[in-house]
Design a protein around this ligand. Sequence first.
Ligand SMILES: [Fe+2]
Length: 199
Amino acid sequence: MLRYGKVVELTLSLRRAVAVREAIADIRLIESTGVDRAAVDGIRDRLIALAADQDLFPRSDFPVPKNNIGGQLYLLSQDTDGRFALYVQAVAGANSTPAHNHTTWAAIVGLEGQELNRLYNGHAEKGKPEMESEYIVEHGTGIAFLPEDVHSIHIEDGSLNFHCYGLDLNALSERQYWSEDSDQWKYFKNKFDIIDARI
Ligand SMILES: [Fe+2]
């Protein structure tokens, strides 16, 4: 016999899955018109709408392993061909990335906490990236990128965000980052440890 708590948990998981499915269906439609600034901003806005009901994405469902307070990715949705990958990124402490591109469109939308995004000019072929602006992603806001856009992420005290990409993060073998140590662009080599949270 199912206990009450278990039923509530199952209902939440189902409600979340339905909401995610509806959002991704809309995002597929938006992207079908082409990948330009208006489209990626539309994807961002659809994810902001998905994030509106924070109760669907409680932090307790996305724990951060003690040995990985810098961030844990949970997969919420992905097509069978790897396209339209939606993750929750849960961070418990501080985390930051070097300036990097994605080689596919990307959107980050806030659920809890603050994630500072620094935006850079130029592309990976053009030498050292120069920061142009900063934007804080938090609940009710988001940011979107074209494949060649360059940004870096800086989290000081934990956050819970959507990260959505045109393709499975671990399939983006051409992604590059600016290495401050060697003063050049390099390819990411590490694969992400992603927990599959789909039902
Ligand atoms: Fe990124």
